[in-house]
Design a protein around this ligand. Structure first.
Ligand code: AMP
Length: 382
């Protein structure tokens, strides 16, 4: 039996369940530090597979394939939280899975997640589980409008979400979200959204990159910048919430908490992602240790790295929409000397699909935002 607390050192093999851009950036960090990376997903020539040592292609429900995969790695992590619980359980018999399946189980289901947070005293907006149209009607009565109806699983980037502005919207909203389990959440009239990307080592050490402010377009993250423009007291409160939450969940790895700051200055947790997060991409260029290196350090049982920022930073996502008039003008963006280009190696372009991002460093967050938006605009130059 392996000693699960012994550090897993460079040269070892790290397995990643999932194969998107998060796995790709994780694999780059791991290979930089001399680890080997295996990735598992149902696809081929994936963003992660292109930079990993080994790419295994099989469905997540193929438990024999999952077991074979786990037998050939020293530790497993995931870059995608909708890996079925059975697959994680099967893998965990052969290699440690970090964060554990129980963290994944909570984070992959909105009702379980919100109930867990509420039960443990973390701030969430009022919500009700919804399993029928009648339950939706009484939830609307209790919570009031506006409210948001979301599917309990597999929803991300605003997929499976409908806003109800009046109780009469209930029937149409229920029909539009299909027969699956749902949750009704009170709409938070927020001043801004921010996230905390935090990490916890197996020895309980905690680290984070402070508050990162986020803006969304069509429910998809558009822009992130740090430091966030929030009062110091809010920042202290949110970091304490993050510390307590990672401890309560006994996380080993990176976990992102998305928050709302309401107009009356209260903070609410929107959702958890038990992995590196889009809002933390700016740490690659702007911090001493990136969220991906930290994930690697945490899951391998190494000491966590310093999270100091080298400068203020802003990150702008590059969605498939940018390709609508042809290939973006990479040379024009490269002409912006304080801006870094990251592309994920996806050959299928679709509107709304995350294809890459830009990060700008600057003496202040405002200037970093200006620089990154300017560079993104230049991508459209003909
Ligand atoms: P989610 O997929 O839950 O992260 O939601 C995506 C985005 O939709 C959030 O970042 C918010 O901009 C918006 N949103 C989701 N839930 C709420 C809510 N309860 N109140 C206000 N805005 C919300």
């Amino acid at each position: 039996m392996r000693d699960y607390l012994a550090p897993i050192l460079p040269g070892a093999v790290v397995g990643v369940l999932g194969s998107g851009q998060l796995g790709r950036m994780f694999a780059i960090a791991a290979r930089q530090m001399g680890y080997r990376v295996h990735t598992f997903s149902p696809e081929t020539d994936t963003p992660t597979g292109q930079v990993a040592d080994v790419e295994i292609t099989a469905p997540y429900h193929d438990l024999d394939a999952i077991r074979d995969f786990a037998k050939n790695v020293h530790v497993l992590t995931f870059e995608f939280e909708n890996v079925p619980a059975l697959a994680v359980e099967a893998a965990a018999l052969f290699a440690p899975v970090r964060p554990s399946g129980s963290v994944l189980n909570i984070a992959q289901h909105r009702v379980r997640e919100k109930s867990f947070l509420e039960r443990n005293g973390f701030p969430v907006a009022p919500f009700r589980p919804v399993n029928s149209l009648n339950e939706l009607r009484s939830a609307v009565e209790q919570i009031g409008c506006p409210a948001i109806l979301k599917t309990a699983v597999s929803g991300y980037d605003g997929k499976g979400q409908i806003r109800l502005t009046s109780p009469t919207d209930a029937e149409a909203a229920y029909a539009a979200t299909g027969s699956q389990e749902k949750i009704l959440e009170a709409f938070v009239d927020f001043e801004l959204e921010f996230s905390i990307v935090a990490a916890r080592g197996h020895d309980g050490t905690f680290s984070h990159w402070g508050l990162i402010e986020n803006t969304h377009r069509n429910h998809i993250l558009d822009l992130s910048f740090a430091p966030a423009g929030v009062p110091q007291a809010t920042s202290v409160e949110a970091v304490e919430i993050a510390r307590n939450l990672l401890e309560t969940l006994d996380v080993v790895g990176v976990l992102c908490i998305e928050f709302f700051l309401s107009r009356d200055q209260r903070i609410f947790i929107n959702e958890l992602a038990p992995r590196p997060h889009n809002s933390g991409h700016l740490t690659i260029n702007a911090a001493l240790t990136s969220q991906f290196e930290q994930q690697l350090r945490a899951v391998c049982g190494l000491p966590l790295g310093a999270t100091d920022f080298l400068a203020a930073a802003a990150m702008a996502n590059l969605l498939g929409d940018l390709w609508q008039d042809g290939e973006p003008n990479w040379a024009a963006a490269a002409d912006c000397p304080d801006v870094k280009l990251h592309l994920y190696g996806k050959d299928q372009v679709r509107p709304g699909r995350k294809m890459g991002h830009l990060t700008a460093l600057a003496p202040s967050a405002d200037v970093a935002v200006e620089r990154v938006l300017h560079a993104r605009e230049r991508l459209g130059e003909k």
